[in-house]
Design a protein around this ligand. Structure first.
Ligand code: NDP
Ligand code: 2IT
Length: 445
């Protein structure tokens, strides 16, 4: 495989799509040896086929605000690869959304979903709509308008969207309501649904819980555990919330949270009523974490900064892509951090990853670490197909088992001669092989 030529050709075809090109390069670098050892992949054009989405839909989403003014946003759905199952992946509503970001997320999703052991292909979608400061009625009208286009493209055996940044239980409800109205069918076409109408217990917590289960497995390879560890977390959304709960349950102490305005440092630990307050902060729709420092005197607010400058044993970025750069990585190492586990998708820049791996600390990439969210979406699909609801303990046990098995796959394909586990390589190779072998079986389609 000629990696540089592939990248030059891809860049020519998709100039300026930096996040997408970044994600593709990372995967290609780690699967290069495997592709060279399997010439059948080369002659079947597996790489060229896997890096291009099967199809991309864009559509106009007009909606009316509370004052009667009309706004227009762009909606997207990217169906990337369905070799091992229906397209599956979240919807992101955030003003930064563009084709490059959704293509990177859809591409990552192929390998992440493959790692889960469940039959799901990769997809992603969303809109440049900004939910911040919008009323409930505006959110509903936007979601309804979005679904007026999306419904034609999706289906339980075709493509099953879910949440991501800016899309939680409320938005899934409005989207599902419109889908049901348009098709007159109540079926498992979205995941992250409410418990009363087809959702799964544990799905809201799943990404955060899975992230911590994976972190435990990483620490276990060094006969260590999360108990007694000081943990720095970024973000204060769905993933951060689930991770904070599980870390507390396992005896760790979370000392930071962050938002676009800066981060809060709470050396007493974010626990008990402070976790409930996190939810209130999110629900306030204000886009800031600063109020936490008014509410709890133990906390200090650091304006415009990332939490990676605090002393911690474990760092878990849970906000967004490229939020942790080389300097942040060097600070973490300097302060004695032994483990970085990515709750978000691609939060560390390539230069930051290099720092972690050069220093041989435990570093788990998002597509392995945060796969518990989509895995539990897969469990929701199974329950919908069976028309059954599993108890929380059953879903949680299955999630735990899946996270352990993803960790095993990473070790199998990522363990180096000196014993260091390259989780990036492990996750990419394991995720890739299943999809590539399936594509070989299915012919050139
Ligand atoms: P939420 O919308 O619940 O929270 C996102 C968090 O990141 C918020 O704290 C948000 O702050 C912050 N954030 C978002 N965009 C930016 C930005 N451009 N700059 C700075 N901060 C930002 O989303 P989730 O918790 O669901 O998602 C967080 C990450 O986890 C994302 O990378 C997502 O792709 C990933 N993920 C999510 C899964 C899920 O099931 N939800 C599954 C696997 C991965 P604010 O909203 O105030 O801007
Ligand atoms: O990035 C992700 O894995 C998600 N946002 C969850 C996708 C899903 O289909 O549950």
């Amino acid at each position: 495989m000629n990696l540089e030529k592939l990248m030059i050709d891809l860049e020519k075809k998709h100039p300026g799509e930096v996040e997408y090109l970044q994600a593709v390069r990372e995967v290609l670098e780690s699967i290069e040896d495997v592709v060279n050892e399997n010439p059948q992949f080369e002659s079947a054009g597996i790489i060229e086929r896997i890096i291009e989405p099967d199809r991309i839909f864009t559509f106009k989403v007009p909606w009316v605000d509370d004052s009667g003014k009309v706004h227009v946003n762009i909606g997207y759905r990217i169906q990337f690869n369905n070799a091992i199952g229906p397209y599956k992946g979240g919807l992101r509503f955030h003003p930064s959304v563009n084709l490059s970001i959704l293509k990177f997320l859809g591409f990552e999703q192929i390998f992440k979903n493959s790692l889960t052991t469940l039959p799901m292909g990769g997809g992603k979608g969303g809109s440049d709509f900004n939910p911040k400061g919008k009323s409930n009625a505006e959110i509903m009208r936007f979601c309804q308008s979005f679904m007026l286009e999306l419904w034609k493209l999706i289906g339980p055996e075709t493509d099953v969207p879910a949440g991501d940044i800016g899309v939680g239980g409320r938005e899934i409800g409005y989207l599902f309501g419109m889908y049901k109205k348009l098709t007159n069918e109540h079926k498992g076409v979205l995941t992250g649904k409410g418990l009363n109408w087809g959702g799964s217990l544990i799905r809201p917590e799943a990404t955060g819980f899975g992230t911590v289960y994976f972190t435990e497995e990483m620490l276990k390879t060094q006969n260590d555990t999360i108990k007694g560890k000081t943990v720095a977390i970024s973000g204060f959304g769905n993933v951060a919330w689930g991770a904070v709960q599980k870390i507390n349950e396992l005896g760790g102490k979370v000392v930071t949270l962050s938002g676009p305005d800066g981060y809060i440092y709470d050396p007493d630990g974010i626990k008990d009523e402070k976790i409930v307050y996190m939810l209130e902060l999110r629900a306030s729709n204000q886009d800031i974490v600063k109020p936490y420092s008014y509410e709890f005197q133990s906390a200090q607010f650091h304006q415009g900064k990332h939490p990676w400058e605090v002393k911690c044993d474990v760092a878990i970025p849970c906000a967004t892509e490229n939020e942790l750069n080389k300097e942040d990585a060097e600070n973490l190492i300097k302060n004695g951090c032994i483990c970085v586990a990515e709750g978000a998708n691609m939060p560390s820049t390539p230069e930051a990853i290099e720092v972690f791996q050069e220093n041989k600390i435990l570093y788990g990439p998002g597509k392995a670490v945060n796969a518990g969210g989509v895995a539990t979406s897969g469990l929701e699909m199974s329950q919908n197909s069976m028309k059954l609801n599993w108890p929380a303990s059953e879903v949680d046990d299955r999630l735990h088992h899946i996270m352990n098995s993803i960790h095993e796959s990473c070790v199998k394909y990522g363990k180096q001669e000196d014993g260091y586990i390259d989780y990036v390589k492990g996750a990419n190779v394991a995720g890739f092989l299943k999809v590539a072998n399936s594509m070989m079986d299915l012919g050139v389609v």
